[in-house]
Design a binder for this molecule. Structure first.
Ligand SMILES: C=C(O[C@@H]1C=C(C(=O)O)C=C[C@H]1O)C(=O)O
Length: 278
């Protein structure tokens, strides 16, 4: 997948959406963590939705030439076309939205929403969706999508599309959640500029990673998402003798957060903080 650059369609100013980030008025560590907790539900439900289909690996085959004149996977084509449409109606003016294919996106046909500046302008240059895409296809799908191919490529891509771009979807949920690290990092900097400033001036990634890491919070996140997966994904049976079965293994969800979601969220925080005093 081509390395994305920053989106050309974000205006200079940006404001927290009232959606995932809670009230636009409250901007503190508690409110951004509350938003991350709410996003857990979307991620767990989207895992369950995507798990309806087998891997259908043909969809992700980047050597595919199925689409005349297009070089890339079926899903890349599908998502790219969706992002073109959504860019035309201003989706990427929202600082919480990050396109997977920011190159060559058309400008919005609608006037930009008057967002309040929350993040440092450097945030517009941070987009790790290439990593998210590769992690999703190479590491995550095998964890929760059964082997096999049922030929439902359009349905699979619709599931991935709403995932990658919007609505209830695993990759969209992942991208939005991971890039929410921008807001977490901004709050952490504002709370302790005296701590973060020296590490930023030294461009010390390790020092920044140590400052922004809260292992106790991470442990709570892993336990909570595992519990949510067991509750939201439990197979309901009228036969009491059936043991507990789940649409997605709850331990997989905890593993997914611990191995990828949280490390990538922290990577976004470090990348942002390195540029915070530019
Ligand atoms: C998001 C935060 O930063 C880090 C990443 C976390 C995560 O991705 O869930 C949790 C705790 C921190 O180690 C936070 O402090 O809430």
């Amino acid at each position: 997948m081509a390395s994305p650059s920053s989106s050309p369609v974000k205006p200079d100013s940006a404001r927290l959406q009232n959606g995932a980030s809670g009230s636009a008025e409250r901007f503190n560590l508690e409110s951004v963590r509350e938003s991350l907790i709410r996003q857990e539900d979307t991620i767990v439900f989207s895992l369950i939705e995507r798990a309806k289909f087998p891997r259908n690996l043909k969809v992700y085959d980047e050597s595919s030439r199925e689409i005349p004149g297009f070089s890339g996977s079926l899903l890349q084509f599908f998502v790219e076309q969706a992002e073109i449409l959504q860019s035309k109606v201003g989706r990427y003016y929202n600082p919480e939205e990050h396109p997977f294919f920011p190159e060559n996106l058309p400008l919005s046909l609608l006037p930009p929403y008057n967002y309040k500046q929350v993040l440092h302008p450097a945030a517009a240059s941070i987009n790790i969706n290439k990593k998210i895409w590769n992690v999703y296809v190479d590491d995550l799908l095998p964890l929760f999508a059964a082997k096999g191919d049922d030929g439902n490529y359009a349905s699979t891509m619709s599931s991935d599309l709403t995932c990658l771009q919007n609505g209830i979807g695993i990759s969209q949920a992942l991208s939005r959640r991971i890039h929410y690290g921008l807001f977490v990092a901004e709050v952490k900097y504002r709370n302790a500029p005296q701590d973060y400033g020296p590490a930023i001036h030294a461009q010390d990634r390790d020092a920044l990673m140590k400052l922004l890491t809260f292992e106790s919070v991470e442990e709570m996140v892993k336990r909570r998402v595992e519990k949510k997966a067991s509750v939201f994904g439990q197979e309901v049976s009228l036969n009491d003798s059936d043991g507990d079965k789940y649409k997605v293994d709850p331990s997989v969800v905890s593993h997914l957060y611990g191995e990828w979601v949280m490390p990538l969220t922290k990577l976004v925080q470090v990348e942002y903080l390195l540029r915070r005093l530019d």
